[in-house]
Ligand binder design. Structure first.
Ligand SMILES: NC(=O)c1ccc[n+]([C@@H]2O[C@H](COP(=O)([O-])OP(=O)(O)OC[C@H]3O[C@@H](n4cnc5c(N)ncnc54)[C@H](OP(=O)(O)O)[C@@H]3O)[C@@H](O)[C@H]2O)c1
Length: 332
């Protein structure tokens, strides 16, 4: 029997297990020309999927109720009538939350299991690695000896952003939600300073203390009050990469925030929204650079691996409680 995870209801606030439904059905194995049968190996759960669970207009279509959820997946080709893929190939791309599925191979990419562990193609060599590199380079425009602040620093994107900052010679400050995560940022990823946003009373002052020369680049993964605090510390001509706003994804009412305009004017700063798919033409260059740094051991990464297909929804929900260090993936 095959299993599929459907969107059962549109979450209100933090997603709940009941917002998802696992259904079983006979596996389809009959392939037409151009098709192949895929077995899911690793599933990426990502905060941005929360946005697709609402029916609001966005840069990517909403999931439909009672339809499968899709995310980046690494899968094995069990059988193929597609001339571009053979049985035994390992592929990655956006696929349904199904244990097995038939695909026409469109937008799927073959990956090399000898180059990197398969789950890395969902993280450091996948969408989150690309986001870190391309967001930082294109909008953050980091320069040696500048100061980079990263929020969501211990997550998939943030932990890579901070390390790239160190490779490029910046003073790097990470903001994350536990002392254990912050210890990891310093020990394993070379961050210079860290701030625990859950226990620090005055985050504005903590940022000022951690950034004696002010903030030149802010890579924002979380939005909300943490990001407000950064605005009080930006330098002239600072660059702010609006990559994510996870602190607001489950909000049923938008909280009041500071007005950013006076800060941007006084400091002649740039704040720009970033969506990784807009930079697809730069993916080969970015993957090349990230792979090179990995090979040279300049870049390190960590993952939280949850086991079992049925645990995909809970792994996704756990992102909003900060239960992951580095990339959250599910091994099926
Ligand atoms: N624009 C793009 O193209 C693009 C692409 C990929 C990702 N993103 C965005 O980048 C951000 C990071 O994504 P990711 O995949 O790397 O996820 P992640 O950081 O690996 O996981 C989410 C982390 O967010 C933190 N978090 C949860 N609730 C929070 C809150 N209320 N306030 C502050 N932090 C909170 C948690 O860490 P703590 O323990 O530190 O709280 C959690 O571990 C997300 O906002 C995502 O939407 C954007």
């Amino acid at each position: 029997m095959n299993k599929t995870i459907l969107l059962n209801s549109r979450p209100v606030g933090k997603p709940k297990p009941e917002d998802f439904k696992i259904v079983s059905a006979e596996s389809e194995k009959q392939l037409s020309e151009g098709e192949m049968l895929l077995k899911t190996m690793y599933v990426s759960v990502d905060p941005y999927l929360r946005g697709r669970m609402t029916d609001a207009d966005s840069y990517i279509p909403s999931f439909e109720l009672n339809h499968p959820i899709e995310s980046a997946i690494v899968a094995e080709v069990l059988g193929s009538e597609n001339k571009n893929f053979s049985e035994g190939d390992i592929v990655t791309g956006l696929l349904d939350w199904k244990k097995e599925q038939i695909s026409d191979g469109k937008d799927l990419m073959r990956v090399d299991p000898d180059q990197a562990p398969l789950s890395a193609y969902l993280g450091v060599l996948g969408m989150t690695g690309l986001t870190a590199y391309l967001g930082l380079m294109n909008i953050g425009k980091p320069k040696k000896d500048e100061t980079l602040v990263v929020s969501g620093a211990a997550g998939a994107v943030g932990s890579i952003v901070g390390q790239i900052g160190k490779i490029l010679g910046l003073h790097v400050v990470g903001i994350a939600g536990s002392d254990e995560k912050n210890e990891m940022l310093k020990q394993d990823f070379g961050f210079d300073e860290t701030i625990n946003y859950k226990t620090t009373q005055d985050i504005t002052k903590a940022i000022a203390d951690a950034c004696p020369k002010g903030v030149d680049v802010y890579f924002d993964n979380v939005g909300g009050s943490v990001s407000d605090a950064v605005m009080f510390n930006i330098n002239n001509f600072a660059r702010i990469v609006n990559c994510g706003a996870i602190s607001l994804y489950n909000a049923t009412e938008m909280p009041h925030s500071i007005s950013v305009q006076p800060f941007l004017i006084q400091k002649r700063a740039l704040m720009q929204g970033f969506i990784v798919m807009d930079y697809a033409s730069q993916f080969p260059e970015a993957i090349g650079q990230l792979s090179q740094w990995l090979k040279e051991k300049k870049l390190n990464y960590t993952e939280t691996v949850v086991e079992g297909f049925d645990n995909i929804p809970q792994a996704f929900i756990d992102l909003f409680d900060g239960k992951n260090k580095g990339k959250m993936v599910v091994k099926v």
